[in-house]
Write a protein that binds this ligand. Structure first.
Ligand code: SF4
Ligand code: SF4
Length: 344
């Protein structure tokens, strides 16, 4: 159903032709982005049965979106810049650069343990590949990265007698700047041809790569079957680094026994009654700063217990206003003034 109501490939080609033409007439740039999360049938047990659809992202989307880039380039060549966001991670970021995609954005991978710090590994990998090729700029990296530089040069329409051809070959052999050897105009054409050839190469490689295949991507997140409570849990701390907003944090409360006091309002007066004992057994507790949490649910995916840390762990608000505004789940707000502390 979703595919029937969504844009078809034929329609999309029409959009690009018309928008590209309009942008040209107005002297503006026009580009496309691949891709959005892909709507798929909810055929698993992780989400409730009542949800008929779910959204695919991460590695399987990467290979599908890369094929879409290939389709697009078969049709439009390198005529439009392509922004890419589909399953980018440390292992494929340098390839996305190699096929000339820009800007490249990442999401699913940064929601895993390590969070935003994972992005630094993307650049480490790209740096390492550039070092191996002896290049210090992205265009020369694109031209050389998959070993197609001669093939792409041969597609630039140069006569064998053209002096630039010899200069480019020499620069390739001696590891010199390709831009200087070719000049800006030829360099742009060479780069463009390289992006197209690299796309074919990379998509073939990605299609064969087992890490994008069903077998490597069919395991649902592990759950141990227990429900989270306000205090104590497996204390694996996974919910802390996977939060993109840094909303979950560790609360240092030493293991101890706490007397539970219940306040009751009777005839206009508060009474305090001891109603039990709470044993805190873990080395520390987990809490949530609700003002930072947008309830994306990512910590729930990674938490081995059920219920979601952002729902069941103590939620603290930074202001009375946010406490009142986001009252959908339980939470605390502690107000401190000269008269003492007020806990809401
Ligand atoms: S639900 Fe809240 S605490 Fe959990 S990952 Fe999302 S923003 Fe962070
Ligand atoms: S709330 Fe879940 S993810 Fe966080 S420490 Fe406890 S068991 Fe681990």
């Amino acid at each position: 159903k979703a595919f029937k109501t969504d844009t078809s490939w034929d329609q999309a080609q029409g959009f690009v032709e018309r928008l590209g033409e309009t942008a040209d007439q107005l002297g503006l740039g026009f580009g496309v982005k691949f891709s959005n999360t892909l709507i798929v049938e909810n055929h698993r047990s992780f989400f409730p049965e009542s949800e008929k659809e779910m959204y695919l992202s991460g590695p399987p989307l990467h290979v599908l979106a890369s094929n879409l880039v290939d389709c697009f380039r078969q049709r439009f060549g390198d005529g439009y810049p392509i922004s890419f966001s589909a399953g980018i991670d440390r292992k494929n970021f340098a390839d996305a650069v190699a096929i000339g995609l820009t800007p490249i954005t990442s999401c699913s991978d940064l929601l895993k343990t390590g969070g935003y710090s994972r992005a630094s590994t993307y650049f480490r990998e790209l740096d390492a590949r550039m070092d191996r090729l002896g290049v210090n700029n992205i265009p020369d990296y694109i031209i050389k990265v998959y070993g197609h530089s001669e093939e792409s040069l041969s597609q630039c329409g140069l006569a064998e007698s053209d002096a630039r051809l010899k200069a480019c070959r020499q620069a390739l052999e001696n590891g010199e700047s390709l831009r200087e050897a070719s000049g800006p105009e030829l360099h742009a054409t060479w780069l463009s041809r390289s992006k197209l050839i690299n796309t074919l190469s990379y998509v073939e490689q990605a299609n064969r790569d087992e890490r994008y295949a069903l077998l490597k991507n069919s395991k649902p997140p592990t759950k141990v079957g227990s429900m989270l409570e306000l205090f104590d849990c497996l204390t694996c701390d996974k919910c802390i680094p996977v939060c993109p907003n840094d909303a979950n944090f560790m609360l240092s409360i030493p293991p101890e026994q706490i007397h539970v006091k219940t306040l009751r309002l009777q005839d206009g007066n508060w009474t305090v009654e001891e109603t039990g004992k709470l044993n805190l057994e873990k080395k520390h507790q987990i809490a949530n700063f609700a003002d930072f949490c947008n309830e994306c649910g990512n910590c729930d995916i990674f938490c081995p217990e059920d219920g979601g840390p952002y729902v069941l762990k103590p939620r603290f608000f930074g202001s009375r206003q946010s406490f009142l505004q986001f009252s959908g789940h339980e939470g605390f707000y502690i107000e401190r003034d000269a008269g003492g502390d007020t806990v809401l």
